[in-house]
Design a binder for this molecule. Structure first.
Ligand SMILES: Cc1ncc(COP(=O)(O)O)c(C=O)c1O
Length: 389
């Protein structure tokens, strides 16, 4: 039987970018002591308190089909949080609960794009972005954000690709670069969206991990609320990656139509997970700060280890749970560097090429193992780089 072109071309005919991660995962399964610095998964699990809330909700009977746009109280909790943080009037009718940010990204683009539409996304990008755009039948168009601009996209970068496009996907704090978009960058993005009549899809899943600067949601900029769809989740903020819970905030009409999509696809999100998410959000910002803190600390000591040499250059991360290293001085591509590092040192990092062309010659290190193990891995990684000069 023939499969659809849509599913066969999700990766654009190339790789999905996850090969090193998959290889490392297989090596770990075979008993090899690989240090895994690939995906954005915390080294702590979901907190005991959140799990207890989930357990109580399940035992309390919230195990049937849950309300499809989300439970009224979780939608209201999200609306209150977003309004308090951004100052933009937000009601529960602006909120759709989804099974994680990834599903929110798919749904947002499904709402904004027709098959064949040009959908812009910033390069370097979260590895799934082009696949998500292809999954809704759109044509992904990468807009390079340049290393010399601190990976902040400019108006000119966007305008050069925006003619005839329908949407723009941004992600700040950014995975993989750690860039936190400045007020100027966001003004430029807003202007480009207005000048070229683009939907803006703003992926804010690292909102609670900001080390320098300030997270500004572009939905709060003048004239942007009606054309912005915000995607967020509790994966990174509350170490709830496996619970698959997040939200979309958008104009009411978007949420109304997406409720139809959800009815015909996921049929909602597990009720006891929604209750646990509500509990988690109501714990306040100290819980989020505690989940984020190890990444700030580890970013600090990686920075000092890297400062002691001149082979691999650090891309200073302003947010998120990763750092990027420019390894071009070794003469290796990010992919060859990462592949050799895995074979020789049993350290798994993501090649920059997994995130587009603008990050070629870089590697991304997830700060997701304990401090001692991370320090040891960084020292060995730097020696590996030095030996290639
Ligand atoms: C930039 C970005 N967006 C979205 C996601 C998806 O997160 P989730 O589906 O777990 O909410 C991730 C996960 O790593 C990410 O890095």
């Amino acid at each position: 039987m023939k499969l659809s072109n849509r599913v066969l071309t999700l990766n654009g005919g190339g790789s999905n970018g996850w090969e090193i991660f998959e290889q490392a995962r297989d090596m770990i399964a075979a008993g090899e002591p690989v240090t895994m610095l690939t995906i954005g998964e915390h080294d702590i699990g979901t907190s005991q308190e959140i799990l207890e809330a989930m357990h109580a909700a399940a035992l309390g009977g919230h195990t049937g089909y849950a309300a499809i746009p989300g439970t009224p109280s979780l939608r209201q909790t999200v609306a209150d949080r977003v309004q308090a943080r951004t100052g933009v009037a937000t009601t529960s009718k602006n909120v759709l609960i989804v099974p994680g940010g990834q599903s929110g990204l798919f749904a947002s683009h499904f709402a904004a794009l027709n098959p064949g539409d040009r959908a812009l996304h910033i390069d370097p990008y979260y590895a799934t972005s082009p696949g998500t755009l292809r999954a809704v039948g759109a044509q992904p168009v990468a807009v390079p954000a340049r290393a010399q601009n601190g990976f902040q996209p400019t108006y000119e970068d966007i305008a050069a690709h925006a003619e005839g496009a329908t949407s723009l996907l941004i992600n700040s704090p950014n995975n993989p670069t750690g860039a936190v978009y400045s007020a100027e960058t966001l003004d430029a993005i807003a202007k480009a969206c207005q000048d070229f009549d683009l939907w803006l899809i703003s992926d804010e899943v690292y909102e609670t991990q900001v080390w320098e600067g300030q997270h500004i949601s572009p939905r709060s900029l003048p004239g942007m609320a009606e054309r912005t769809i915000v995607v967020n989740s509790l994966s990174k903020s509350h170490a709830m990656t496996g619970s698959r819970i997040g939200w979309i905030v958008a104009p009411e009409a978007v949420i109304q139509e997406l409720t139809e999509l959800v009815t015909n696809t996921t049929y909602g999100v597990t009720g006891f997970v929604q209750d646990a998410a509500e509990f988690a959000l109501k714990q306040g910002t100290s819980v989020e700060a505690a989940v984020a803190e190890p990444f700030l600390r580890r970013r600090g000591f990686v920075q000092s280890l890297v400062e002691g040499q001149n082979v691999a250059q650090l891309v200073p991360a302003q947010g998120a749970m990763y750092v990027m290293l420019d390894v071009r001085a070794t003469g290796l591509s990010g992919k060859d560097f990462a592949s050799g590092l895995l074979q020789e040192e049993l350290i798994a990092v993501m090649p920059g090429e997994s995130f587009g062309t603008a990050a070629a010659g870089h590697i991304r290190i997830a700060l997701t193992v304990d401090d001692d193990r991370l320090q040891d891995a960084i020292k060995r990684l730097l020696n590996y780089a030095k030996a290639r000069i």
